[in-house]
Design a protein around this ligand. Structure first.
Ligand SMILES: Nc1nc2c(c(=O)[nH]1)N[C@H]1C(S)=C(S)[C@@H](COP(=O)(O)OP(=O)(O)OC[C@H]3O[C@@H](n4cnc5c(=O)[nH]c(N)nc54)[C@H](O)[C@@H]3O)O[C@H]1N2
Ligand SMILES: Nc1nc2c(c(=O)[nH]1)N[C@H]1C(S)=C(S)[C@@H](COP(=O)(O)OP(=O)(O)OC[C@H]3O[C@@H](n4cnc5c(=O)[nH]c(N)nc54)[C@H](O)[C@@H]3O)O[C@H]1N2
Ligand SMILES: [Mo]
Length: 765
């Protein structure tokens, strides 16, 4: 059976050629500075560009809309990276998408354009509506748009027929109001991008250490002996983390990278914030690179742990932290037994790493008095994503690496406020304690039944159980798994609403009726009745701080995200609402007072957030306490996942290029991997390429088959690349069409976007 063919190609590309060079040996340095300057100038012009970039990540400026890496206490004048600057330039562009644009371009014509082209048209400038059957968006007044949403939402049989998605750029204030509105309306259907991202980290960590967040601060990087970077590409996705790694390396820390690819930033790095970093050879960063097989991490970590336990047997009491294990953890014996029983052949076979290299990594861990493990999507986006995280925790627990300086777990978050959004209650599975506090603060009865996460939201829309879809930011169509199915799900809705800054495919694949509600971005001044407002965000290390835009809004029709939520809430809930929405919007300090009442850790929010650098949220693990059900951290046992690959089958990971931010593609190049002007490419081990009788540039279709359903991503070109055998690498979102909606992680429900079995089908040209 073949998956129903989409009526129109869902994802379009506009790459013109394919050139492949050797990947550069250093990251950042002069090319990064030039790339920054070039992007900023093209998008913003010289004056606006310099003015904007100088406010980026400064105490009185705005938070970078790029990643969630924290800011150092002593900030450089230029406290940003190449990719942060690109994200800013992309938002602060002076081009606009106005009603005339939509008059000129039918939706069916826009469907033919690439995602890159859509994004490059500029900022959405005015609310627009697509009426049923229409092929054009037309302008609509804000009030009319809110009333239209109210009609649809209030016409539903149950509030649970509506879904409210959030992408992680949304500020704390907007997120808090959004979940408040949604819960007063009556549902917990609050999926977010985190479901597709670090959900496995949140679930995994909560179960074994009692908090779903990381346990290190930026300062810990200055006091650590070893840093393991697992399944993460910081040179591209968290470039400012490179400075922290570089400082740690200079102070003698050993850095181990565990990744199927030898990602450029980790091999050598030139810090563009230092003059001497612009020239010269750069600092070698990773001392040991382990090219693990895709999804071979549990096996590899078990191998490292097995070596450590073997040494402990020879030198009892000297290798692992017995005192910590006895006092603060449970499950050690069972865990150690399982490791002893796991045989080396299985470990080396499943991880693809030889015993000698495993021994080296184990030695680094054993030599380290304090150690940090960092990770990102390479661990979370697998069926055993939760197990991956808990296996990392096992390694850290052995050495007692919690609750002391220079040590801990560091899930490196993606979107700049994805962590804050969850803290604010954007969650399909809220705790009763949180709902009780909402109830006592506002006096309405919040819904108790858990809602849909991202994959279950798709299924509910597909099955007609959900009929209205509202997105606070993001690009749900392109970010979700199973693109064709997600398209059908969205098209099944009566109304889809996108609160957005830039045009993307989610504006083209819609319900019967669709709204585009354009909002202010991070870079812009947010003026309300009470004067200019700032918002707050929480970074990857739990620090809450303000973000204040400085640019004049690009269009007079833009509203802030909080104002849009308030507009919807007033129209939908009417006079019966327990919340005085207008008052909240006039002065965001009032929103913050309510956050303080509902969410623990925000005491004196308005005062503390105005102090330089903001304030940290409480983190019991940092203080040596594990708030699990037993009060102890837990060792856990996890089987090594098996992927039986037939001849011609490969395990595929979908990854980011150097020139994209999630579904926003800036150019078709991937400079750090030496790939130019091509995104529909499949990276394969050179021996696999030869064995398949293929060569660089050959055109193939990628095929995945699950439960008898064949999914096809047509017309990819082959790129031989240094990586483990039987692995394949493609870019997100081009390959999302191959990820079945039902392939997701146990317990966290994160789509398994990094372990999809594919075959290649040669195209006859
Ligand atoms: N410039 C830029 N910055 C970004 C983003 C962006 O798109 N562009 N996105 C933001 C977001 S939302 C996020 S979540 C983060 C994402 O940051 P990353 O997690 O670094 O992003 P990915 O490209 O998905 O890469 C994952 C890395 O994991 C490796 N990998 C894949 N499978 C495995 C595996 O099985 N085991 C191991 N050990 N490694 C594996 C890949 O080779 C790759 O290096 O970045 C954030 N920052
Ligand atoms: N196959 C595969 N799929 C993946 C991943 C993968 O690695 N592989 N990664 C997953 C991950 S980690 C994530 S986080 C998700 C990302 O999923 P999303 O967060 O849904 O996607 P983005 O591409 O970040 O969303 C970009 C859009 O957000 C809007 N936007 C930008 N800034 C703002 C703002 O300030 N306010 C508002 N309201 N809108 C704004 C713009 O219109 C822009 O087009 O994708 C996931 N999907
Ligand atoms: Mo993410």
């Amino acid at each position: 059976m073949t998956d129903e063919k989409p009526k129109k190609a869902i994802i379009r590309n506009d790459d013109e050629g394919l050139e492949v060079d050797d990947p550069p040996t250093t990251a950042a340095g002069i090319p990064a500075v030039l790339a920054t300057a070039d992007h900023a100038r093209r998008q913003m012009g010289v004056f606006r560009g310099v003015k904007t970039l100088l406010r980026l990540n400064q105490a009185k400026g705005f938070d970078c809309p790029g990643c969630a890496w924290p800011d150092p206490a002593h900030r450089a004048t230029a406290e940003f990276c190449e990719n942060g600057a690109k994200a800013v330039a992309d938002e602060a562009t002076t081009d606009i998408v106005d009603p005339a644009f939509f008059e000129d371009h039918a939706i069916s014509q826009l469907m033919e354009k690439s995602g890159r082209w859509l994004n490059a048209q500029g900022r959405l400038a005015q609310p627009m509506v697509r009426r049923p059957g229409a092929d054009h968006y037309e302008p609509i007044r804000w009030q009319e748009a809110f009333e239209l949403i109210a009609d649809e939402l209030n016409g539903l049989d149950s509030p649970d027929e509506a879904i409210f998605y959030t992408s992680g750029r949304t500020s704390n204030e907007a997120a808090f109001l959004y979940q408040l509105f949604v819960r007063e309306f009556g549902t917990n259907n609050l999926p977010d991008c985190s479901n597709m991202c670090h959900e496995s980290s949140g679930v995994g960590l909560s179960e074994v250490i009692g908090i779903g967040k990381g346990t290190v601060s930026l300062e810990d990087f200055e006091h650590t002996d070893a840093i393991f970077v697992i399944g993460q590409n910081p040179g591209t996705n968290h470039p400012r983390m490179m400075s922290a790694l570089q400082r740690a390396a200079r102070k003698g820390a050993t850095i181990v990278s565990i990744n199927p690819l030898a990602e450029t930033g980790l091999t050598r790095f030139k810090n563009p914030q230092e003059i001497r970093g612009w020239v010269g050879k750069g600092t070698p960063l990773s001392d040991l690179h382990l090219p693990v097989r895709i999804n071979g991490d549990v096996a590899l970590l078990k191998g490292i742990i097995k070596e450590i336990l073997a040494s402990e047997e020879q030198r009892r009491g000297e290798v692992i932290d017995r005192e910590f294990i006895d006092q603060k953890t449970s499950g050690f014996e069972e865990f150690a037994d399982d490791i002893r029983r796991t045989d080396w052949e299985e470990i080396t076979e499943a991880s693809g790493i030889c015993r000698d290299q495993i021994r080296q990594a184990a030695q680094i861990a054993m030599d380290a008095d304090s150690m940090i493990c960092c990770w990102a999507m390479g661990l979370t986006q697998h069926k055993n994503g939760v197990a991956n995280i808990q296996q990392v925790v096992n390694l850290l627990l052995l050495g007692g690496h919690f609750g002391r300086p220079g040590a801990g777990a560091c899930p490196v978050r993606g979107h700049s406020n994805v962590q804050g959004d969850r803290t604010m209650g954007i969650w399909d599975r809220p705790t009763d304690a949180f709902l009780d506090r909402l109830k006592s603060t506002f006096g309405f009865e919040p819904p108790r039944e858990h809602g849909y996460d991202a994959v279950h939201a798709i299924k509910a829309m597909r099955d007609g159980q959900a009929k209205v879809f509202v997105a606070m930011g993001g690009n749900f169509l392109s970010a979700s798994p199973d693109t064709n199915l997600t398209a059908r799900a969205l098209e099944n809705c009566r109304l889809t609403v996108q609160i957005s800054t830039k045009l993307n495919r989610s504006h083209l694949i819609t319900g019967d009726m669709a709204l585009i509600l354009p909002c202010l971005g991070r870079t812009e001044i947010d003026r309300q009745a009470g004067g200019p407002q700032f918002v707050t965000v929480e970074n990857s290390m739990g620090i809450v701080h303000p973000s204040r835009g400085g640019l004049e809004p690009l269009s007079e029709h833009l509203l802030s995200e909080p104002a849009i939520v308030a507009g919807m809430a007033r129209a939908v809930l009417g006079d019966s609402s327990k919340v005085s929405w207008e008052e909240l919007i006039a002065d965001y300090d009032v929103i913050r007072e309510l956050i303080e009442e509902v969410i623990p850790g925000f005491e004196s929010f308005n005062i503390r957030v105005r102090k330089p650098g903001g304030f940290p949220l409480p983190n019991p693990v940092r203080e040596g306490r594990f708030s699990t059900d037993t009060g102890k951290a837990k060792f856990t046992v996890h089987p090594i996942p098996r992927h039986e690959l037939d001849d011609g089958e490969y395990l595929m990971m979908t990854i980011r290029s150097h020139d994209q931010f999630n579904t926003t593609v800036y150019t078709n190049d991937d400079r750090y991997r030496g790939i130019k002007d091509a995104r529909r490419v499949v990276l394969l081990n050179p021996d696999d390429v030869a064995e398949a009788g293929l060569k660089q540039g050959d055109a193939v279709d990628l095929v995945s088959e699950y439960d008898g359903v064949e999914r096809v991503a047509p017309n990819f070109r082959v790129v031989p690349y240094e990586m483990p055998r039987k692995s394949a690498g493609t870019y997100f979102p081009e390959a999302n069409v191959l990820v079945p909606v039902d392939e997701y992680a146990h317990r966290s429900h994160t789509p398994a976007s990094k372990s999809i079995v594919i075959r290649l089908r040669r195209r006859s040209t």
